[in-house]
Design a protein around this ligand. Structure first.
Ligand code: MF3
Ligand code: CO
Length: 252
């Protein structure tokens, strides 16, 4: 069942999303060669808790950290580690959840570490483009599968892969609510979208094969061929008019 949120609930999610979005923006300066993924985790966790919020991921199904930090061929769910030091040319995906008064916001970006290759930059840009293509269909009357179809056609047109095994999702009191939102598929299927639905839409895309495997740590998802991956996610409210992005930092 897709839960429709009230305006009061959306206001709490907005406050939550503001912190998550601010942190993702702030990391653009924080992430540089020589820092560890543990330092990123601790920096993010401090901002979340300083704002009176809870790092949603910590303890989720036993997950041991506040953020997911996934380098290069790691797609998602990389565990922060003081021994993982960022190198010039790496790309790193950071996924963050903040819980505010019981309501979750969930968002991710992929960052360049120092100077990166043009190929990697284009991969990062295409994950974002996939998200914004999908956003065009985040309107009442559109069908759920229009979202995945828009992501897939946008991403595959650039020659990249779309990860199948991990999906976007409804978000609210729980980080993972109905519906599941694949980043691929035919258009025109599934439930019709309605105002008050809140979704975490999150293309995960790859330079090579879309196939992924989970490492022995039980969390880290990597590409099967070792080629790099990128991730772009926002928490999105469906409105009668334009959708609202709760986790996209804005100056105003
Ligand atoms: N943010 C991820 C998602 O979008 C989930 C993180 S998994 C966790 O679904 F265990 F780290 F919380
Ligand atoms: Co998510």
């Amino acid at each position: 069942m897709i839960i429709i949120k009230s305006e009061q609930e959306i206001q709490l999610m907005r406050e939550s999303g503001k912190v998550t979005g601010y942190i993702l923006k702030e990391l653009e300066d924080f992430i540089k060669p020589g820092i560890s993924t543990k330092q990123i985790n601790d920096h993010v966790e401090k901002i979340i808790t300083d704002n009176g919020m809870i790092p949603t991921f910590k303890g989720y199904q036993g997950y041991p950290a506040a953020v997911c930090a996934s380098i290069n061929e790691e797609v998602v769910h990389g565990i922060p580690d003081e021994k993982r030091i960022l190198q010039e040319g790496d790309i790193i995906s950071i996924d963050i959840g903040s819980t505010h008064k019981g309501y979750v916001s969930d968002a991710a970006r992929t960052y360049a570490v120092g100077k990166i290759s043009e190929e990697n930059q284009k991969l990062i840009d295409t994950a974002k483009a996939g998200f914004f293509a999908a956003l065009e269909y985040c309107k009442p009357g559109c069908r759920l599968s229009d979202i995945g179809h828009a992501v897939q056609t946008t991403v595959e047109a650039e020659g990249y892969g779309v990860v199948r095994e991990l999906v976007g999702h409804g978000v609210g009191r729980q980080m993972h609510e109905d519906p599941q939102i694949p980043n691929y598929g035919r258009s025109g299927h599934g439930p019709r979208l309605a105002a008050g639905m809140v979704f975490a839409i999150e293309p995960m895309i790859t330079m090579g094969t879309y196939k992924v495997v989970t490492l022995k740590d039980g969390w880290t998802v990597v590409t099967l061929d070792g080629k790099p991956a990128a991730h772009y996610e926002n928490t999105v409210v469906i409105n009668e008019g334009e959708p609202e992005l709760l986790t996209l930092y804005s100056e105003v």
